[in-house]
Ligand binder design. Structure first.
Ligand SMILES: Nc1ncnc2c1ncn2[C@@H]1O[C@H](COP(=O)(O)OP(=O)(O)OP(=O)(O)O)[C@@H](O)[C@H]1O
Ligand SMILES: [Mg+2]
Length: 357
């Protein structure tokens, strides 16, 4: 028998302090949801925000990469940077999970396992062998031993799945998010990647509960910034059943992150509008809304994307990109045989947001 308690928690989790913070977290989240719904081009926002999340979340696991490397890894199939590839996989897992949750309106153990497989690029699945322990990074001391045995883990995951998908307890979803994250991390169902998978579950849960319609609120940066508290509080729930402090930590994270994301959404919005106006003025002959969408789809573009996106010849696409480069909107880089065009303005906005820790 594991010492993990089944859900729902047997203590009052909606305390007065929790309720007070909950109001603030909901307010910030609702503002972000409203703002994101008015975005003319949602892909821009999603692409820009998910890249920072993938980068931040992978950094907790010590996979350090730069934005510069990332956009190269995203743009080239044969780009060799293991760190950047890890981050690109994380982002792929995030998207995959989002699409599954959207279409099924459920978040199941199977989906969670698939997400972890994409992150880790292996099919080890739920832990079968004993021996996984959590250690204090500095001292090597074992601080927590998760349950062992596939059967036991699957049964705990079944209990968690029920809690995620059925609101039999009528507890606020943001409070539940904190409980779910804790429970997932103590079950620790996989050999590796439990932290990253758990962080993806957080945002998918917000989408599942319709608190966001696209996956744009990521707590990873907040967790890196407050990593010591994060580990301590998880341990504190475990040892002392101190759920209130843990829930408050997560709720504060939601509030802070929503506020920061609102700022980022606004700056992305204005860089798109400003660039559109400038291109309209300086290169009216090639301006179109579709062109702007393509330029902001990712940090970079290629002749191929413009050709397909605008349904023009390769030659025309190439002329467009050269004109945009001459006018200073893009900078090209030759990587291997390919030429990619970086949208410097967007890149700077996203990079700046990612660097502020
Ligand atoms: N004392 C603890 N009790 C329960 N869970 C913990 C504890 N300490 C850490 N964790 C969780 O374990 C995760 C690390 O597990 P694992 O190495 O499988 O995940 P990862 O994705 O590879 O790593 P990371 O989270 O560092 O990116 C942490 O992110 C945290 O969520
Ligand atoms: Mg790990």
């Amino acid at each position: 028998m594991s010492q993990i308690k089944l859900l729902p928690p047997d203590v009052d989790i909606e305390t007065k302090r929790v309720l007070r913070q909950l109001a603030r977290s909901h307010r910030a989240l609702a503002e972000l949801k409203g703002l994101s719904e008015t975005m003319p081009n949602k892909n821009v926002l999603l692409n820009a925000i998910t890249i920072n999340e993938a980068k931040d979340s992978s950094e907790i696991e010590n996979i350090i990469t730069t934005h510069d490397e990332l956009f190269k890894a995203m743009s080239l199939l044969n780009y060799h940077s293991p760190a950047a590839k890890e981050v690109v996989n994380y982002r792929r897992a995030l998207w995959y999970g989002y699409e599954r949750v959207k279409s099924k309106q459920l978040l199941t153990t199977n989906m969670i396992t698939e997400i972890q497989e994409i992150i880790e690029k292996n099919r080890a699945g739920i832990r079968k062998l004993p021996g996984t322990v959590l250690k204090n990074e500095a001292t090597g001391e074992v601080i927590y031993t998760p349950p062992a045995g596939e059967k036991e883990i699957l049964s705990l995951m079944g209990n968690l799945e029920e809690y995620i998908n059925n609101d039999y307890d009528l507890v606020d979803p943001l409070v539940k998010l904190a409980v779910i994250h804790y429970q997932f991390e103590v079950i620790h169902p996989f050999y590796d990647g439990n932290g990253r998978t758990g962080r993806i579950i957080n945002v998918l849960y917000l989408v599942l509960k319709e608190l966001l319609d696209s996956p744009i609120l990521y707590l990873s940066k907040y967790i890196i910034r407050n990593k010591r508290a994060y580990y301590q509080l998880l341990q504190d729930v475990h040892v002392n059943r101190n759920l209130e402090k843990w829930i408050l930590y997560m709720l504060e994270g939601i509030e802070q992150t929503a506020e920061e994301t609102i700022v980022l959404v606004r700056s992305i919005n204005s860089v798109v509008e400003e660039t559109a106006d400038n291109i309209k003025d300086t290169l009216p002959k090639i301006y179109s809304k579709e062109l702007i969408d393509l330029l902001f789809y990712e940090f970079y573009t290629k002749i191929e994307y413009i050709k397909t996106g605008l349904n023009v010849t390769r030659k025309t696409a190439s002329v467009y990109l050269s004109l945009l480069e001459e006018a200073g909107f893009l900078t090209s880089q030759k990587i291997g045989k390919e030429k990619i065009y970086l949208n410097q303005r967007l890149f700077k906005v996203v990079q700046k947001a990612g660097l502020e820790k």
